[in-house]
Design a protein around this ligand. Structure first.
Ligand code: DOR
Ligand code: ZN
Length: 347
C-alpha cells in the first residue's frame, strides 16, 4: 500500500490569480485542493476600493469550476492615499479580509505602492483597532540596497518600528525568504506570522543561477542561499504555529518571463500542495503538514479551519509543462513542469 496522509483541506494565504483569460486558466488548480485563498490585489490597475474588490471577487467566483466551494478572500492594495474609512467599511461588510502593502517599485505591479510610511499610519491605527490583518511584501526597494539584503533591511528599517508603534496590529510577513526573516518572525510570534512558498523551501540561488540562468526561478523576493532555505525548512516543518502556507503562485505569459527584463513570479499552484508534502516528507515531518497547511493560517486570521479534508498519496506523476491561456499563442509555464512529482492528491 502506498503511503498516504489525510489532512484538513489547506488554504493558500498568498495567491495571484490575475484576471481574464489567465484567471480562468490558473484558478482551477487552486480551487481543486484549497478551501480558501488570499487573493492578491496587484492587478493593473490595482484593487483599491471596496467596489473594485466586489467586482474582482465576482470575476473570480465566475471563473470557478462548476460546483466548487472554494472561497476567495479579497485584499485591499494600500497606497499613500488609502482612506481608513474605506478600509473599515470593506472589512465590516465582509469584502476585505486584509490590507496588502507593497513598497513602491519592490515587485510586479507595485508602482502604486507605499512611498511614504508616515502617510499610512492612520490606516494601520484603524486596522489595529478593528482587528484586521496587515500583509506585507517585506523588501526595501531602495536601489542602494543589495537585492539579496532587501528583506533583512526592510525588517530593520520598517517592520521593527511598525511592530512597536502598533502592538495590537496583526501582521503577516509574506513569502519569508531569508534566515533573518525566519528568526524575526519567530521572535515576534504571535503578533507576526510568516508565509512560506514551496519554491523557497526547495530551491537555492545555485539552482536558479549556477547551471545556466533559469528565468522561471526568478521571483521577488529572490531565492537565496542554502542556509536561508534550510532555516525556512526548519521553520515550516517543526510545527511552529506562526508559520503557514502561502504559495505566491504568480503566473505570467511566457513572453513576459523570457523578456529582456523578465517578470518575477513562479506559477506553482499546479504542484503546490504536492511540493510542500515532498518537503515535509524529506524532513520526516509529514505529521506537521496539517498544522502548516491547514491550521496555523486560520488561527492567525481568527477564522475556523476548513471542515473538509484532502488525501495525498506517495505516487509519482509528471507535472504538466504549461497551461494554454488565450489560444495556442499565450501560455504560462508551470513550475516543476515536466518533473516527476512524488506526491499526488487522490481524494
Ligand atoms: O515574484 C513575485 N511575483 N513576487 C511578487 O511579489 C509579485 C508576484 C507577481 O505578482 O507576479
Ligand atoms: Zn505575491
Amino acid at each position: 500500500m502506498a503511503e498516504r496522509i489525510t489532512i484538513r483541506k489547506p488554504d493558500d494565504w498568498h495567491l495571484h490569480v490575475r484576471d481574464g483569460a489567465m484567471l480562468r486558466a490558473a484558478l482551477p488548480f487552486t480551487a481543486a485542493n484549497f478551501g480558501r485563498a488570499i487573493i492578491m490585489p496587484n492587478l493593473l490597475p490595482p484593487v483599491l476600493t471596496v467596489k473594485e474588490a466586489i467586482a474582482y471577487r465576482d470575476r473570480v467566483v465566475a471563473a470557478l469550476p462548476e460546483g466548487s466551494t472554494f472561497q476567495p478572500l479579497m485584499t485591499c492594495y494600500l497606497t499613500d492615499a488609502t482612506d481608513p474609512d474605506d478600509v473599515e467599511t470593506g472589512f465590516r461588510e465582509g469584502v476585505f479580509t486584509a490590507v496588502k502593502m507593497y513598497p513602491a517599485n519592490a515587485t510586479t505591479n507595485s508602482a502604486y505602492g507605499v512611498t511614504d510610511f508616515q502617510r499610512i499610519r492612520q490606516v494601520l491605527a484603524r486596522m489595529e483597532k478593528i482587528g484586521m490583518t496587515f500583509l506585507i511584501h517585506g523588501e526595501e526597494a531602495d536601489p542602494e540596497i543589495d537585492v539579496f539584503d532587501r528583506e533583512a533591511v526592510f525588517i530593520e528599517r520598517r517592520l521593527t518600528p511598525m511592530l512597536k508603534d502598533f502592538p495590537g496590529l496583526r501582521i503577516v510577513l509574506e513569502h519569508v525568504s531569508s534566515r533573518e526573516g525566519v528568526d524575526f518572525v519567530r521572535a515576534h510570534a504571535p503578533q507576526l506570522g510568516g508565509t512560506i512558498t514551496p519554491y523557497h523551501l526547495m530551491l537555492t540561488r545555485t539552482d536558479w543561477l549556477g547551471y545556466g540562468n533559469r528565468p522561471y526561478m526568478y521571483c521577488m523576493p529572490v531565492i537565496k542561499r542554502r542556509e536561508d532555505r534550510d532555516a525556512l525548512r526548519k521553520a515550516a516543518t517543526q510545527g511552529e504555529s506562526n508559520f503557514f502556507l502561502g504559495t505566491d503562485s504568480a503566473p505570467h505569459p511566457v513572453t513576459k518571463k523570457l523578456a529582456t527584463v523578465g517578470a518575477a513570479g513562479l506559477f506553482n499552484s499546479p504542484v503546490a500542495i504536492e511540493s510542500y508534502a515532498q518537503v515535509f516528507a524529506e524532513e520526516n515531518a509529514l505529521d506537521k503538514l496539517e498544522a502548516f497547511a491547514s491550521l496555523n493560517g486560520p488561527k492567525h486570521y481568527r477564522l475556523p479551519p476548513n471542515a473538509e479534508s484532502i488525501t495525498l498519496e506517495k505516487t509519482v506523476w509528471t507535472a504538466p509543462e504549461e497551461v494554454k491561456v488565450n489560444g495556442p499563442e499565450e501560455r504560462a509555464l508551470i513550475h516543476r513542469g515536466g518533473e516527476q512529482i512524488q506526491w499526488k492528491v487522490v481524494a
